[in-house]
Every structure is written in C-alpha cells, then in structure tokens.
Design a binder for this molecule. Structure first.
Ligand SMILES: [Zn+2]
Ligand SMILES: [Zn+2]
Length: 284
C-alpha cells in the first residue's frame, strides 16, 4: 500500500519537496548575496528536468532491476530466509555503500570527474544544488548500482523508499537551513550532515576529496575520507571549483557541454605530448 503510493506519487513528492525547501530557504535564509538564485536556479532545475526525462526514457532502473531479480530468484537476499527488518538493514547498507564507491569513482577517474564536476561547479550551495547533476552521471550511477542490486538481491520496495528519503536528505544536505549546532554534531556520529557535505563542496581539493557518503558517515570513517572541519585558515573556505568561474558555472549550454570540452582538451593535450615526444626522439 505505502509502496504503491510512493511509486505513484514519487515525482510529485520530489516536486513538492523542492518547492517546500525553496520557500523555506527563501523565508528563513533570505537573499543569497554571493550568487543570486535567479542566476543558478534555472540551470539547476533545468538539469533536474533533463534528468527526470532521461530517467523515464531509460529502459532500466535500480528499482526495476531489483524487482526483476526478485521475480527470477537471483541474488543473496532472494535466496535466504531473513526477517524483514534484516532485509531492510542489508538493502539500505549495501545501497549506501555502493553510492559511496560510485562517488569516489567519480572523483578518482579523470574522465568521470569531468562529468561530476558539474555538481561541484555550483559556486554557492542551497537545496537546488542537490538537483545539479549531469545526465551522464545519472546513467552511470544506474549502471553502477545494478550489479550490487542484483548480486545482493536488494529489496525493490526498500530501495524505492530509501531513494525518496535520500532525495529529501540531499536537499537538506545542500540547503542553508540552520540546524542546531549540538544536534548537528550529534548527527555526525551516524550521518553526513549539511556542514560535512559543505566541506565536500570546497574548492580546495584535499577537502573536496572527503566526506563522499550521501548518507551514513561510517563509510568515510571506515575508509579514511572523513573530515569534520576545514583544514584551511579561518575565512579561506570557498565553495565551487577554482577553474570554473561564475560566468561558466551559470551557463546551461556550458554546463551540459563541459564534459565534452574537458575530454577534447585531454585528447589534444595527449596529442601535443605525443608530437613533443616524437620531435624529441628525432632530435636525438
Ligand atoms: Zn563529489
Ligand atoms: Zn553535493
């Protein structure tokens, strides 16, 4: 009953949450002086719409893969008898860990970083940043998650509800809504809080390459990527990417084409290096 409701109204729930966060941020946090919303929201919402259309067009999703695995009796959880709460815990933890691995991959492989830097190129953070992903990242993310979903036989209903909660938490994680300091510090024992995710959006790479988890802080603590405060001098912290200025960050065509530009630059740089090497060889 709850699952069919979530499935039916998933899109509307996300739309409603976006509207709610936007209104709350506007009322509670006021104007964003560093980068006005009108410069960023059309691009961030535009990317989300593009991703929503793409997700509807893709022949498979993590949810559909989980359902197919269940019907075919494939995957660990579909072949053992466990109480439902254990299935929920295992499904959530495996899904969360897979997302942590995916995020590290997006930072670690230059060709993937070219795609993921679209998310990091927002030069200020608010809930709309959680919508800012290149469509290639969505396709890669689904392709990366499916082997985990099928191999472990993750529960489709749990995945659907978790996905929705993750979306909401992503909006909170990027938003400027103030959380009580003591509560936020307590949350850190279990979750990646908005303050911790803000460090991940630093333009300083050692900080960018930290706090990869989208939800539980245990993965970052376990794999040595947890960072609880800025390592830079007070006042030096800045959100965004130093190589992408405001004009480029707020240009929709530029955002969508940025991976292609990055790849083209890499190919021509490799070609130049090849020419230099063969030139040096001919001189000796
Ligand atoms: Zn990242
Ligand atoms: Zn983020």
């Amino acid at each position: 009953m709850i699952i069919s409701f979530v499935r039916e109204y998933y899109f509307y729930t996300v739309v409603l949450s976006i509207a709610l966060f936007f209104v709350l941020e506007h009322i509670i946090c006021g104007r964003l002086l560093d980068s006005p919303r009108k410069n960023r929201w059309p691009h961030n919402i535009g990317l989300w719409l593009l991703n929503s259309v793409l997700a509807a067009m893709l022949p498979i999703s993590a949810f559909a893969a989980a359902y197919l695995a269940y019907q075919s009796g494939v995957g660990v959880l579909n072949n053992v008898s466990l109480p439902f709460f254990a299935v929920v815990i295992i499904s959530v933890l495996v899904r969360s860990f897979a997302q942590y691995c995916f995020h590290r991959l997006m930072h670690g492989v230059p060709a993937f970083w070219a795609i993921h830097q679209v998310h990091h190129s927002d030069n200020t953070l608010d809930s709309s940043t959680s919508l800012r992903f290149h469509p290639f990242e969505l396709a890669l993310n689904i392709g990366f998650l499916i082997p985990f979903v099928v191999a472990f036989g993750l529960n489709a209903s749990v995945l659907l509800v978790f996905e929705l909660l993750l979306n909401l938490y992503g909006m909170l994680g990027h938003s400027r809504l103030p959380l009580p300091v003591r509560f936020s510090k307590m949350m850190r024992y279990v979750l990646i809080t908005p303050a911790l995710h803000r460090l991940h959006h630093s333009e300083y790479m050692p900080e960018t390459n930290s706090n990869f988890s989208a939800d539980f802080s245990c993965w970052d603590r376990l794999f040595g990527t947890y960072l609880d405060q800025s390592v830079r001098a007070p006042g030096a912290f800045k959100v965004g990417l130093s190589e992408i200025d405001e004009r480029l960050a707020n240009n929709f065509d530029g955002i969508v084409c940025s991976p292609f530009n990055y790849w083209a630059e890499q190919v021509s740089a490799r070609r130049v290096r090849g020419i230099d090497r063969s030139h040096a060889r001919s001189q000796t």
